[in-house]
Design a protein around this ligand. Sequence first.
Ligand code: GDP
Ligand code: MN
Length: 434
Amino acid sequence: MASPVAIAAQAGKLLREQALRPRLLAVRSQAGHLTSRRWLNLQEYQSKKLMSEHGVRVQRFFVANTATEALEAAKRLNAKEIVLKAQILAGGRGKGVFNSGLKGGVHLTKDPKVVGQLAQQMIGYNLATKQTPKEGVKVNKVMVAEALDIARETYLAILMDRSHNGPVIVGSPQGGVDIEEVAASNPELIFKEQIDIFEGIKDSQAQRMAENLGFLGPLKNQAADQIKKLYHLFLKIDATQVEVNPFGETSEGQVVCFDAKINFDDNAEFRQKDIFAMDDKSENEPIENEAARYDLKYIGLDGNIACFVNGAGLAMATCDIIFLNGGKPANFLDLGGGVKESQVYQAFKLLTSDPKVEAILVNIFGGIVNCAIIANGITKACRELELKVPLVVRLEGTNVQEAQKILRSSGLPIMSAVDLEDAAKKAVASVAKK
Ligand code: GDP
Ligand code: MN
C-alpha cells in the first residue's frame, strides 16, 4: 500500500492540476474574445428601452446618475412601491454587496426618501456579485422603477444555439434563481423550443412554452404574446441572446419582464448603428478603450509576460506554450490584419505601461501582415520608449528575412527566436532570471 505521504503528494499534484485547469480554460475563453471586433454591452435600462419599444412589457422607470436624481425620479414615478436597481453588466445583483456596506443591488421601498438614501450608498460604490470580480464593479447609474407585486417568477431566454444551427427558446417555470442550478438539480424543469429561422416562431410553439412555464387561463395567451414579441425583437436587433429572469406574473394578472440581459452579434454592427452607439464602455479597463482607439484588442491577465500577437488562434497557442514552459502571460495585445507601423508603436506603449510586465514576447505570423513593417515598428518603439524589459521576437512569414535584418542591424538587445517554443522558453527564462 502507498504511504500516507505518497498519497498526500499524489493528491497535491491532482489539486494543483485541477487548480490550473480552470485557469487555462478561463484564459482560453478570454483569448477567444479576441476574435470579436468589439464587445457590445448594454445595461438593463437600455435593454428594457429596446424591449418596451417593441411591445414587450416592462415596468415604468427612470435612470438616475445621482442620489438627488434618484429621489426626484422616485417622486415623479408616483408609485405605490418603488424598486431601485444598481446598473452593472453582471447578474446576481439582488444578492450582491456594495463596498459602502449596503447589502443588495436591488431594493424595494414605498418611501421616495429611502430611494434617495439607498442610491447614495450605491452610486460611486462597487457592487460585488457572484458574476463580478472580487472587488466588484463601480455603479454609475441606478434604475428607479415602479415595483409590481410578483406572484410567480419564471425563466425565459432566446438564444442562437450552435447545436441547433438557429434560435432556441429556453424556459423554466422555476425562475428568479440561477438557471444553471435548476438545470443541475431539476433538468426536467427546463423546456426548449427550437425555432426555424425561415418559418419564424409558430403560435403553437409560443403557446406550448407559455404552458410549460405554468401560465394559466388568460395569462397563457398573454405570456405567449410576450414570447412572440421577444422573439421578433431578438431577430430585429441581431441579438445572440435575450435573457429575462424573472419573466414573471403579477398578482394583478400581468406578464412582465422584470430583468433583461441582451447580447448582440458584433458582426451586425453595420446595420445596428443606433444600438451600437449605446455601447457602455464604462466597465472596460481604461487600457482596453485606449487599445480600441488604435484598432488593437487588449486583454489583461495576471502574469508577467506581455504578449503581442496577431490573431486569436495565435494568442491561444502563445498562451498555452507560455504556460507549458512554466510562465504566465500578463496580457494580450492583438494586432489583427492590416498593420501600420504606428500601431506597433502604440502597442508597445500600452504593453509597457502595465507595471506587471517583466518581459515582452512578440509572436507575429506574417500572412497579410508584412514582417518588415512590424520590425520597423519594434525598433522605433524600443528606441523612443527606452524599453527596460527583455524583448523576445518571433516573426514568421511575408518578408521575414528583411525583418530579421532590420532587427539585427538595429543594435538593440532584442532576442530573436526561431519558433514559438523557442520564443516562449526565452521569455520565461528572462523573467525567471530577475
Ligand atoms: P439580478 O439579481 O441581477 O438578476 O436582478 P433582478 O432584476 O432579477 O432582481 C432580483 C430580484 O428582485 C428578482 O428576482 C425579483 O425577485 C426582485 N424584484 C425585481 N423587481 C421587482 C419588483 O418590481 N417587485 C418585486 N416584488 N420584486 C422585484
Ligand atoms: Mn435577474
